[in-house]
Design a protein around this ligand. Sequence first.
Ligand SMILES: C[S@@+](CC[C@H](N)C(=O)[O-])C[C@H]1O[C@@H](n2cnc3c(N)ncnc32)[C@H](O)[C@@H]1O
Ligand code: SF4
Length: 454
Amino acid sequence: MKTLQNNIVEKYNWYKDITIEKNLFTPVNSFSNKLPFESAEFIRNAWNLIMKNNRLSDRLSLYVHIPFCYKTRCHYCMYYALIKHDTNLIDLYVQYLIDNITYFEPVFAKSTFESLYIGGGTPSLLNEDQLSKLLTKINDFRFHPSSEKTYEQSILTTSKEKIELLKNFGISRLSFGMQSIEPNVLKKVNRAYADEQKIREIIGYAKKTGFGEINIDLMIGLPEETSQGLRDGIQVAYEAGADCITVYIFRHLKHHMDQLDSARKKTIVNYNKEHVPEMLKVAREKVAEIGWVDTVEDDNTEYQYFTSDEHLREYSLSGYRTQPDSEYGNNTVGFGHSSFSYAQDFFRYECREKKYAFNPKSKSYVFDMVYKNDRQRIYTIEKLNRDRYVDLNQFLDLFGEKFEDVFNQEINEILYLERCKIDKKQFRLTSSDRIEHAALSKFFWNQEYLKQLI
Ligand SMILES: C[S@@+](CC[C@H](N)C(=O)[O-])C[C@H]1O[C@@H](n2cnc3c(N)ncnc32)[C@H](O)[C@@H]1O
Ligand code: SF4
């Protein structure tokens, strides 16, 4: 008995360590059972079925991935992108996207999308002609009048003409990657440097063009970063006219590391882990100095979103989500290399067309199905991370099984730690520390998947 109890405590301590160390909060992408490659035809039939039965067919987000980057690949980057790009290749890719969308769009003829996110890679690499073609096609979908439409930008590849074009096509939000204002940090992570003057010029122009939100991404945890560099980065972003700043905390999960070549691995292994809490403090102090607020107020998330009270009031995010929302049934329709789609909460596929010619019959989509027990786990983990409790009736409604029966062992383990209460209505974590929530929720992870990530 003693060993068992020790195991529970040991497990809990390990969960705390990995949560902090690996910045491991979001489980969804790790819960999947890969099925063999399928054709677009197969996926379209699945979508058709889902949309026919779906309670919330207007809760749809659209994602389009542009997998090309400018000249170099940043060592820290965890997204799918190629540096080999020429106009012809991007032409082929844009045509591939257009054909792909044309093939799938009848499924969504009656749907209204809540948001659009065109991300990458570096979507601003598309020239004006490619941009116009792609956005014309995307605008065949119906969007809510207040939908948020984001286009990711890099300072070095965008232009005043592209910014105007995006505005004319109804893009409402621009997100720029800056990462750091320190040239030596960017050099260390193999990222091209955009100087301050260029940043001010481009952001200033975007601001003048009238987008609802202009965001700048910064990162912390990179090699050789300094507190002063972070302060300066925030100051430049603010003065240039950004409405908000998203500070990402560098994540280095095992499956990303495995894909890196040795040069990249070496840089990243030396990343500034110890520096992160201090840098978060610096970021908070600096945004307070400019009169902004921290909307997350929690050290232990993947990113922090800073903005002004005024902007928070005026600009309401329509809620593009990259993860399925188990409660509301958020659906994401993804197009392009390495894009994810989620439907009816938990079905998803990953599109990985290798050749830039669309062929509905070729088996080039990874189709993942998340099984019921994993769906129950994902639901529970997300609820605990977010709300700290699970409503037992809602669980029963959603899954047709009692929470207490499905997770008997997990509940008992957390009861043993005296970190939860359970009554007829709720299972509730009693601690008020967010890191503890994330660690306690790991009792509900599929342990096999969890080990694979570490
Ligand atoms: C989809 S990326 C693309 C941004 C754009 N290509 C650029 O670099 O300017 C969006 C953001 O994710 C963040 N990011 C990329 N890799 C990361 C990692 N390993 N850990 C944490 N954040 C990361 C960066 O801040 C980046 O701006
Ligand atoms: S951070 Fe942006 S520019 Fe750098 S490799 Fe990733 S997607 Fe490309």
